[in-house]
Design a protein around this ligand. Structure first.
Ligand SMILES: CC(C)(COP(=O)(O)OP(=O)(O)OC[C@H]1O[C@@H](n2cnc3c(N)ncnc32)[C@H](O)[C@@H]1OP(=O)(O)O)[C@@H](O)C(=O)NCCC(=O)NCCS
Length: 241
């Protein structure tokens, strides 16, 4: 089990943020840009980082027990007898460490009046497809709800199917298209909107997504620590190290 932490980005992570920005977006923001975001009261800039293991997790490694049983020890809500007959894939790529990969994911939105403008969502290419993007988007939307935002919006490349599918999970809909918006390729941007962030229905959707994310992370041997407040975590029955 590998521990990861969701937290606000801080100054110590700025060099890593620039590197990840290059990897994910080809250099969208400069160091000054990231510094300005950190200082802006209207910006919420979140990071996913590798975290030190908890004593419980170390105990799991030492005892060398089955995968299902170890998950049960880390999270007693996982039934140790479940899925015993199915062999689930183990994590295949490198385990992140603060030294090699100090930053696994970045996400940011700007609070403009009652609108959350999602400006950045990027997961390190070596750690994609394990639920981290899903986690980051869910956290951004939860934080936007906490700030009484009514709507969320963003622009996405028309060819970016992965991102479009991810946004669809949270009910984003296409509201328009900006011709030639991206200067590097001349590609169009789709404008996505998600309304009713304060509705009960959206709260329920976030809860459902949060549970799915938690299961997905466990499946990929991630154990999540929280270094920020999320309504969804407070209202959830899931446990955190
Ligand atoms: C888009 C991005 C953030 C997704 O992060 P991720 O951690 O790989 O995504 P997750 O593993 O959490 O997947 C969540 C959902 O996104 C969609 N998705 C993500 N990657 C996908 C892919 N390669 N193909 C198809 N769907 C994909 C799926 O709906 C997936 O859910 P599923 O696994 O149940 O099918 C990541 O690919 C990335 O950083 N891309 C580069 C930067 C970027 O394009 N950012 C978005 C700008 S608007």
């Amino acid at each position: 089990m590998t521990s990861i932490k969701l937290q606000p980005l801080d100054h110590t992570l700025l060099p890593a943020a620039l590197q990840l920005d290059h990897l994910c977006f080809g250099g969208l923001w400069t160091l000054d840009g990231y510094q300005r975001e950190l200082e802006s009261p209207n910006s919420d800039l979140l990071a996913i980082v590798p975290a030190p293991s908890t004593p419980d997790e170390e105990a799991v490694v030492i005892t060398d027990i089955t995968e299902e049983r170890s998950e049960f020890l880390v999270n007693p809500k996982v039934n140790p007898k479940a899925n015993l007959s199915t062999s689930r894939p183990r994590a295949t790529s490198a385990t992140p460490s603060a030294a090699s990969d100090p930053l696994l994911g970045l996400g940011c939105y700007w609070a403009i009046l009652d609108e959350a403008h999602i400006t950045i969502l990027g997961i390190h290419p070596d750690y994609q497809r394990r639920g981290l993007g899903h986690l980051m988007l869910c956290a951004l939307l939860d934080r936007a709800r906490q700030r009484d935002m009514a709507r969320a919006t963003l622009e996405v490349r028309i060819s970016n199917q992965s991102a479009l599918l991810l946004y669809q999970k949270f009910g984003f809909q296409i509201a328009g298209q900006r011709k030639g918006y991206y200067t590097d390729t001349g590609e169009d941007a789709l404008i996505l909107w998600r309304g009713k962030l304060q509705s009960t229905e959206f709260g329920t959707l976030l809860t459902t997504q949060w549970t799915e994310i938690h299961h997905r992370l466990t499946h990929h041997h991630w154990s999540l620590q929280l270094g920020l407040e999320l309504l969804i975590a407070e209202n959830s029955t899931l446990t955190y190290p």
